[in-house]
Ligand binder design. Structure first.
Ligand code: AMP
Length: 284
């Protein structure tokens, strides 16, 4: 009822959830947040070729359009937008959106060009869908920071809504790429969430005091998995993603992100945890 009125009065809030499909409960949580906070929910499914490197998994990226459309229907999505590569990139294309600085670290350092692909496609999707709100998962925390920076720098009138990471019961963060994992590697991949939890506990208990304490702890934990190859295991300020010097006290920061990217066989997984200083209520 509210939706019809909102549409009739021209005041409908459009909430947008951009994805690459092969939807899981992480994506569903974004659709649910969008449903709650907007009148019309638009979901896009587009495996964006320009955000994949030449040796990455663009061709093998899992796809299941029929099941995705069904999931979208179940989650109350109003419009599913599934453009073709040809539609999104009619040739020749000569414009790229590039955010500098925060894109040069973490995933940006190990995946050159990745974030230019992300910011370019997200800008195009924003222009096509014209949402007032867009929902992104903190699973890709750097992506959230980059998109927020882009929206700010380019005066895009869009509210970026970050949503919490959804995990399996055993802690593994949901990802479309988890289907690549063998049973053995899936078991090993649990070290990611375990290492993050251990880091959180070490901060809470005061056992970890500096950035290097955290880096050491992460590497020790991840090192117990036989096939894990660390791309990065880092701690930085959020959302600036400024790296912390080794002896820098964690206490000096209000908002920190501990972020991991680790390869298990051919599958590269990312995960992270945010450590924010709580406001301690004054006793006076
Ligand atoms: P993708 O399809 O992997 O490009 O992801 C589309 C959106 O879903 C991005 O904003 C992701 O951060 C978000 N997302 C993916 N996995 C999760 C998860 N486990 N929890 C919350 N959001 C997620």
């Amino acid at each position: 009822m509210r939706k019809n009125q909102a549409i009739r009065s021209g005041e409908a809030v459009v909430g947008f959830v951009p994805t690459m499909g092969y939807l899981h409960q992480g994506h569903a949580s974004l659709m649910q947040a969008a449903r709650q906070q907007s009148d019309i929910v638009v979901l896009s499914i587009f495996v964006n070729p320009i955000q994949f490197g030449p040796n990455e998994d663009f061709d093998s990226y899992p796809r299941d359009e029929e099941r995705d459309v069904e999931t979208a229907r179940t989650e109350g999505v109003d419009i599913v937008f599934i453009p073709s590569v040809q539609e999104m990139y009619p040739q020749p294309t000569q414009t790229t959106i590039a955010v500098s600085g925060i894109t040069e670290r973490l995933c940006g350092a190990s995946r050159p060009g990745h974030f230019n692909g992300v910011t370019t496609v997200v800008s195009k999707l924003f222009n096509i869908v014209q949402p007032q709100k867009a929902f992104f998962g903190m699973k890709d925390a750097q992506q959230v920071a980059v998109i927020q920076q882009m929206v700010h720098d380019l005066n895009m009138p869009i509210d970026i809504v970050p949503c919490p990471i959804v995990r399996e019961e055993d802690g593994l963060a949901l990802s479309s790429r988890n289907v690549y994992l063998s049973t053995e590697l899936r078991e090993e991949a649990l070290v990611l969430s375990q290492a993050l939890r251990a880091a959180q506990e070490a901060v809470d208990s005061g056992t970890a005091v500096t950035a290097d304490d955290i880096r050491r702890l992460l590497r020790e934990h991840i090192g117990t998995a036989a096939h894990a190859v660390i791309d990065y295991a880092e701690i930085q300020a959020f959302p600036s993603l400024e790296p912390l010097a080794g002896d820098e006290p964690l206490q000096a920061y209000e908002d920190l992100l501990i972020a991991l990217a680790v390869k298990f066989g051919k599958t590269r997984l990312i995960d992270n945890i945010r450590i924010q200083k709580m406001e301690v209520p004054s006793l006076v």
